[in-house]
Design a protein around this ligand. Structure first.
Ligand SMILES: Cc1ncc(COP(=O)(O)O)c(C=O)c1O
Length: 399
């Protein structure tokens, strides 16, 4: 038995080691929902806080330092996002969605958001939370050409449909949504911006500014374009809306807060304060450079007439599911990691110090692989070399 357990321990350690070696040394990660955390943040994530319980009424003894961590993280988030209210307790972006949908809509209510067919987050659509909570999902009219909500038609929809929630933000979001145009004088629905994808760009002041453009809530994942631990955050300037969140979050929607995650988040918020703008600038420049270089080599990228992208994402212009899958798999054989929706993101590559020149090298590899001019095994050698040259993180407080 002992030797069996020892064997299992070895197997587990070996699997994690192989994963780390592969993803960190031999791959270039272009998944837009992923990023890398600094070394110090990783240590905080592994700290003793990860074993502990706490409660707002201090039911659990031994939790004297959790309040400090909470205040520390929330103060920093208030500075980074220039807002009055912060809640760091949601365990993920999806939990932020569950919380806000549950708190601000009831069964049978209408909610307006971007359709999953147009890159909206499927998690809140009629396929998932909308169905589970018995909401009526209504979708914004969407322009395939500008890859954005059609402002005039959406205004009509927002004024004519009685609805409880308007949700901006998407999973596919190369361009800012017309939030200012669609929030002023358009009913009394709660206006939410799901910034899961673009939170790091918002933090850097380089995408859009939902709380000043008219949204009641900005919320989302802290680990996509924002380079924090996997988790969620809710931000607001609206007293009544935030009071409702605060009063219901604990034990209604989350119980224990994962303080190790909050400590790591605090560290990455400090990094955002110091490097947020320069990081966001380079992420966007890299997305645009990669798109241009792919386009120069004959790879279809959507939104060319609008500059391809103003975010961390670019979207390849393939429609067929099988074709997309084949491309994603071919790239994976060469160590270039994307998703099967053919979304490409530049956050992690930027964090590893890659700039426009490296984007051109990556475009050469991707185009060669898609066009069959380059064998995955040959591309893999080049990907590994490029990856090994970019092991050190930038935009970090690590020394
Ligand atoms: C727009 C959007 N919101 C929420 C989520 C869920 O985020 P999380 O994985 O943090 O739960 C996603 C997932 O990718 C997303 O794209």
């Amino acid at each position: 038995m002992d030797s069996e357990i020892a064997g299992l321990v070895d197997k587990l350690t070996e699997t994690v080691r192989r994963h780390e070696e592969w993803r960190r040394l031999e791959c270039i990660n272009l998944i837009p929902s992923e990023n890398l955390m600094s070394g110090a943040a990783r240590l905080l994530l592994a700290s003793d806080f990860g074993h502990r319980y706490s409660a707002p009424d201090h039911f659990y003894m031994g939790s004297r330092f959790t309040d400090e961590i909470k205040e520390f993280a929330e103060d920093l988030a208030r500075k980074v996002f220039r807002c009055r209210y912060v809640d760091v307790s949601p365990l993920s972006g999806h939990v932020c969605n569950i919380a806000t949908l549950l708190l601000f809509a009831k069964r049978g209510d209408r909610m307006i958001s971007v359709s999953p067919n147009d890159g909206g987050y499927p998690g809140i659509s009629h396929l998932n939370l909308g169905r589970i909570l018995g909401l009526q999902n209504i979708y914004f009219p969407f322009d395939e050409d500008t890859f954005n909500i059609k402002t005039d038609e959406a205004l009509k929809l927002l004024s004519s449909e009685n609805h409880s929630l308007t949700v901006f933000g998407s999973s596919l979001i190369p361009f800012p949504h017309p939030v200012r145009e669609l929030t002023h004088n358009v009913g009394d629905a709660v206006k939410i911006y799901d910034g899961s994808h673009v939170l790091g760009l918002i933090a850097g002041g380089r995408f859009q500014d939902p709380l000043r453009e008219g949204c009641d809530i900005l919320m989302g994942s802290t680990h996509k374009s924002f380079f924090g631990p996997q988790g969620g955050i809710i931000l607001s300037n609206n007293d009544a809306v935030f009071t409702r969140i605060k009063e219901n979050m604990h034990l209604g929607l989350v119980d224990n807060i994962h303080w190790n995650r909050v400590a790591a988040l605090a560290y990455t918020l400090m990094e955002a304060l110091k490097f947020g703008s320069s990081y966001a600038d380079q992420v966007i420049r890299n997305a645009q450079a990669l798109a241009r270089s792919l386009d120069d080599r004959g790879i279809p990228v959507r939104g060319k007439q609008h500059g391809f992208s103003k975010s961390h994402q670019l979207i390849l212009g393939y429609e067929e599911a099988q074709e997309k899958e084949k491309i994603a798999e071919t790239l994976e054989h060469a160590g270039i990691i994307i998703d099967k929706g053919i979304r490409i993101g530049t956050c992690e590559a930027t964090r590893r110090g890659m700039k426009e020149n490296e984007m051109d090298e990556v475009a050469e590899l991707i185009s060669g692989l898609i066009q069959g001019k380059l064998r995955p095994a040959d591309a893999k050698v080049k990907v590994t070399a490029l990856s090994k040259e970019h092991q050190a993180l930038v935009y970090t407080l690590d020394t």
